[in-house]
Design a protein. Sequence first.
Length: 205
Amino acid sequence: MAKKQLGILLSGRGSNFEAIAENVEQGGINAEIAIVISDVADARGLDIARQRKLEARFLDPRGKSREDFDREVVALLVEHKVDLVCLAGFMRILSPFFIQQFPARILNIHPALLPSFKGLHAQRQALRYGVKVSGCSVHFVDDGVDSGPIIIQAVVPVLDDDTEETLSQRILKEEHRIYSQAIRWIIEDRVQIAGRRVRILETPV
Ligand code: GRF
């Protein structure tokens, strides 16, 4: 069977993408990265993609409506036969049009235990609130913000002397682990969605 094709969308550093790429290269994820797309021209993630000899494209969102931009992204993903879209620090909200093109085929990683601390600066929100544990969540993307069904979460402690930086680092380590795990389950066809609940099956669907 042909390998599943991943499409990565990012806007910055690209460390989650790098962890996924590493797992793909090592055979831990039985898929190929078909294309990496960024809405930011000088995103570090694009450089990493090019160093890895992956197809890397910048798409300029300036002067375009959300849907017009998304139509360009979707066209590129379709052209590259992408099966699964992975948002990895992609700082844009997807249009309903985009989401409809890939039903239950778009993943996102969020640096908090959803449904807590949605949106930007989740780690800062967690520190300000004073929670004792935080973590990260990989979820399907629906038409809300950080609101789709959750596939996997990881928990980390919040320490008394944590800063936004130290907490982010601790969470990031777990992000790199669980994002690849979620992708692996989906590639293996072991993920079943029932309403908001996602079940991981022992054997493929
Ligand atoms: C991560 O914290 C991720 O959870 C959030 O954006 C950040 C992206 O980091 N969605 P990187 O670009 O993958 O290093």
